[in-house]
Design a binder for this molecule. Structure first.
Ligand code: TYM
Length: 343
């Protein structure tokens, strides 16, 4: 049986990258699969979070899930710290994963930077907790943006090593689901950098709670290049993907075009046809209108939900109860496999 699991950190300022790379894809998967969507507050504290902000930020992610179209009756929405299985399984995985595997994680290197000695141990073992999130439910498919690919490879390695070491077939080998026209949304100020919450410039990203004026002005000020918009000649031989070289030469142009394609629900090929030879000023006007039309209602619904914290908290509590029921037998099975007495 297929089961979907994914998570988003409540670190504030959810942005267009989170939406197009992940949350929007979560919505579509509900029709065909059992889905579990988690606000990963335990991952968030691997870097400092103001305790007064963590609860509102947790509600913000839950509100974004619901406002984007995830149905909490049908799918499970909860925050990680309410289900103890995540921490319990993460400890077992700390003893399965190898130091060498974690040393290769590029996200740790990026986040720890030159302060490696001063980074939290939690940040280092972050991918083991992520593997525990997924495997506590024996989830089989994980929708994420491209930046999480390496972490999911580690999840696969952990499942395989656990199964081999203990001569079991307890855990599935998960498949990443990385799809859509915007699996890696780039900064609006620099097309070579990922759109991210940690970028100091507000103009680098569109936040899901931005109003129409902010969305339009951020798009108007987005970095471009002096050329006209490229056409379908930028596509690779398969006609499906933009040629890597074309994208490298004009990262800002292709980033804005892929945002347009993703928001409009049309392919990159059709989008390139539509704007071939256009001026950036005209294209930006259309992109701003489309962004406001698609993101405006989501932002408004998020604000409405965040004004009813009790309602959001009840959704998270209910989701946590349902999640715990699924995880409990998996934890019991793991205890038996490992040889813990008393399970
Ligand atoms: P996080 O909170 O950084 O991001 C949430 C989701 O948004 C995607 N994303 C992007 N996609 C496209 N372009 C971007 N610029 C962009 N920025 C972020 C991410 O790929 C992600 O899918 N480690 C995870 C959270 C996590 C998780 C899990 C995910 C914890 N446990 C288990 C899946 C399964 C993270 O930091 O996501």
């Amino acid at each position: 049986m297929s089961r979907i699991f994914s998570g988003v950190q409540p670190t504030g300022d959810l942005h267009l990258g989170n939406y197009l790379g992940a949350i929007r894809n979560f919505v579509g998967l509900q029709a065909d699969f059992e889905c579990i969507y988690c606000v990963v507050d335990m991952h968030a504290i691997t870097v400092w979070q103001d305790p007064k902000q963590l609860a509102p930020h947790t509600r913000e992610v839950a509100a974004a899930f619901i406002a984007s179209g995830i149905d909490p009756e049908n799918s499970i929405i909860f925050n990680q710290s309410q289900v103890t299985a995540h921490a319990e399984l993460a400890w077992v995985f700390n003893c399965v994963a190898r130091m060498g595997w974690l040393n290769r994680m590029t996200q740790f290197k990026e986040k720890a930077g030159k302060q490696r000695e001063n980074a939290s141990v939690g940040l280092y073992v972050y991918p083991n907790l992520m593997a525990a999130d997924i495997l506590a439910y024996k989830a089989t498919h994980v929708p994420v943006g491209e930046d999480q690919k390496q972490h999911l490879e580690l999840t696969r390695d952990i499942a395989i090593k656990f199964n081999n070491d203990f001569e079991t077939d307890c855990f599935p080998v998960v498949e990443p689901l990385i799809f859509g026209e915007a699996t890696r949304v780039m900064s609006l100020r620099d097309g070579t950098k990922k759109m991210s919450k940690s970028d100091p410039s507000e103009y680098s990203r569109i936040n899901l709670t931005d109003g129409a004026d902010d969305i339009a002005s951020k798009i108007r000020k987005a970095k471009t290049d002096p050329g006209e918009l490229p056409g379908p000649e930028a596509l690779a031989a398969d006609g499906l993907h933009v040629e890597g070289e074309a994208e490298k030469a004009r990262p800002e142009a292709f980033n804005l075009l892929s945002i347009y394609a993703a928001l409009s629900g049309q392919s990159m090929a059709v989008t390139l046809e539509q704007f071939a030879g256009a001026q950036f000023s005209a294209f930006k006007g259309e992109l701003a209108d489309l962004s406001v039309a698609k993101l405006g209602p989501i932002g408004e619904e998020m604000q409405r939900l965040m004004a009813s914290p009790d309602h959001v908290d009840a959704v998270l509590r209910d989701g946590a109860e349902r999640a715990a029921v699924i995880a409990a037998p998996v934890i019991k099975e793991v205890h038996e496999i490992v040889g813990f007495l008393g399970s």
